[in-house]
Design a protein around this ligand. Structure first.
Ligand SMILES: Nc1ncnc2c1ncn2[C@@H]1O[C@H](COP(=O)(O)OP(=O)(O)OP(=O)(O)O)[C@@H](O)[C@H]1O
Ligand SMILES: [Mg+2]
Length: 536
């Protein structure tokens, strides 16, 4: 090849390179996974005609490029206006600014499907839409959404079932425990007394499990509302520590509680839930520690130096030298019904709900829990939650409890008249026996209607009112009595299934106090004493 030939061949070579490039871009265009359509604006950018679509677009729309080239988009896709894409085309053509058209459903007489479009303008003025068909994933998404809703519904049904079931079990348990208690006080042999103690102990365990399940179902159903009352944290923990003292009294375990002087003791929050968290951790420590120590350490962190409010993060560490939890089990102990060692169920007892409830309660309180443990060395649970520093009086619950505590148990209320309104015959009988032992003259009504009739003709010193009853419930009856019969007779609500809203409703209906079932004899008599007067 000579030098002259080189210059003569130049244009032909460039054309060839150009053709090669074009065929590369065409191949890319046609084989792209995304659909691509190129349009030319007509009617001054009001409508658009097809210049070219790629294979993916042909496939998705079930059209052929040669059939639609030169046709108006509004003819080929009559639904494009409704779909919102025509407006996007018009805007992009006018402004030159690319736009994304989010996932929307396209629909006409011929096709329908979900599309996501990206639209931009070429330098030469044509409009390009790159898009994908997301119909399948949209279907999948909808299926998932439906499955999720079904699962949530099933979970709600389960929670509701658990709540109803535990409620139903609590009522007869109340009678079993109550009568066993009464039986214990009759003339029986030491052997028989031992049997009754076993009934009582097992009954108490059962009640605890039922309460846990009830709590759990309430948490799951989002029914737990946190209270905001002033309480003494140090006192709360102290009382819990003394509760677990008896659990470790026969073991070589040193139980210590540290509450530094410089931390305030009064806070605003929900003492019932705080108690629940700590008692679960203490119970576990006591249960899983045979020798060594259990330590409870309280400290406090200021959340933010700039925070002018009196918010504090309380940190409570419960540390023991017990059996510990193997590393691979540490995550799962926080799930429901989960125990580090399933064989432990027999040795130690429990349902595996404790820590799950603790975690959920802390979540609710905006707190957290951490676990550090080594097998056969011990465990350390660290709990953090935020409280407001509180001043003023210790809240309602605590105060009442203290007042109640002053009351002597062996009491006599001879001659006082009490009406027991309770639809469950066994429970009614139990309460009757309990009250008569203190010299009270009892009378019974089996629903709210009867209660109103009886209190019209007799002056009672106190009315004990069950809440859910046939014919007329306790709320209505109390309202009726307050309005039409007596403004002053104390009415105490009795309820197995007690929630905060129930309690509030009871007070709103004119009742004066609330007793939870199953009835604890001492507390029951204290409450009665408080309202029959002259005690404490
Ligand atoms: N302090 C601890 N030392 C050793 N193991 C622990 C400790 N605390 C919890 N665990 C392990 O975590 C598991 C779950 O604890 P959790 O309190 O949830 O249930 P439980 O105590 O078995 O039953 P429940 O609390 O419902 O009566 C326990 O079964 C135990 O295996
Ligand atoms: Mg536990």
């Amino acid at each position: 090849m000579g030098d002259q030939g080189k210059t003569g061949e130049q244009p032909a070579k460039e054309l060839k390179i150009l053709q090669q490039q074009v065929s590369v871009y065409e191949a890319v265009f046609d084989n792209m996974k995304n659909a691509v359509a190129i349009y030319k604006a007509v009617d001054g950018g009001k409508d658009f005609v097809f210049k070219k679509i790629n294979h993916a677009s042909e496939r998705i729309e079930r059209l052929r490029n040669e059939d639609i080239a030169g046709k108006r988009v509004t003819k080929v896709f009559p639904g494009i206006k409704e779909f919102g894409l025509l407006d996007v085309f018009r805007r992009v053509w006018k402004t030159g600014k690319a736009e994304e058209h989010p996932v929307v459903q396209y629909k006409d007489d011929r096709i329908s499907g979900w599309r996501r479009n990206y639209v931009y303008k070429l330098p030469a003025g044509d409009i390009v839409a790159i898009y994908e068909d997301v119909t399948e994933s949209k279907k999948y998404e909808k299926m998932l959404e439906k499955a999720k809703q079904e699962a949530e519904q099933a979970s709600r049904t389960k929670s509701q079932f658990l709540a109803n079931m535990s409620h139903e079990i609590r009522t007869p348990m109340n009678a079993i425990m109550g009568f066993a208690d009464l039986l214990k006080e009759t003339k029986i042999t030491a052997e028989q007394k031992g049997y009754i103690d076993t009934i009582l102990e097992s009954g108490e365990l059962l009640v605890n499990i039922i309460n846990d399940i009830l709590d759990l179902s309430k948490i799951e159903a989002g029914e737990i509302r946190l209270e905001e009352i002033v309480f003494d944290l140090k006192e709360v923990i102290k009382s819990l520590v003394s509760m677990v003292e008896h659990m470790v009294k026969d073991k070589a375990v040193d139980l210590t509680f540290e509450y530094p002087e410089d931390i305030p003791t009064k806070f605003k929050g929900d003492p019932t839930r705080v108690k629940q968290v700590i008692i679960n951790l203490l119970n576990n420590a006591a249960k899983f520690t045979e020798k060594g120590y259990i330590k409870i350490l309280v400290s406090s962190e200021q959340p933010d130096i700039h925070d002018i409010g009196k918010e504090r993060i309380i940190k409570i560490i419960v540390k023991d030298s017990g059996i510990g939890i193997p590393a691979e089990k540490q995550k799962q102990v926080f799930s429901a019904f989960s125990q580090a060692d399933f064989s432990s169920t027999r040795k130690y007892g429990g349902t595996g709900l404790g820590l799950f409830i603790v975690k959920r309660l802390l979540n609710l309180m905006g707190g957290s829990i951490e676990l550090d443990s080594r097998e056969n060395k011990g465990s350390e649970f660290t709990v953090r939650f935020t409280v407001q520093e509180g001043d003023g009086d210790i809240g309602h619950i605590k105060k009442e409890f203290d007042e109640d505590r002053k009351t002597e148990i062996s009491v006599s209320f001879s001659g006082k008249k009490v009406l027991i309104v309770e639809d469950d015959a066994v429970n009614s009988k139990l309460i009757n026996i309990l009250l008569r032992k203190t010299g009270i003259i009892t009378d019974s009504a089996f629903n709210g209607k009867e209660a109103c009739e009886k209190s019209r003709t007799t002056d009672y010193d106190l009315i004990l009112m069950d809440l859910s009853m046939p014919v007329k419930d306790g709320f209505e009856a109390a309202q009726d009595i307050r309005k039409n019969i007596s403004k002053n007779v104390p009415i105490i609500a009795l309820s197995a299934y007690s929630s905060k809203p129930d309690e509030k409703k009871a007070f709103d209906c004119g009742m004066n106090d609330f007793i939870h079932k199953p009835i604890n004899h001492e507390d029951f008599i204290r409450k009665i004493a408080k309202w029959l007067g002259g005690m404490g």
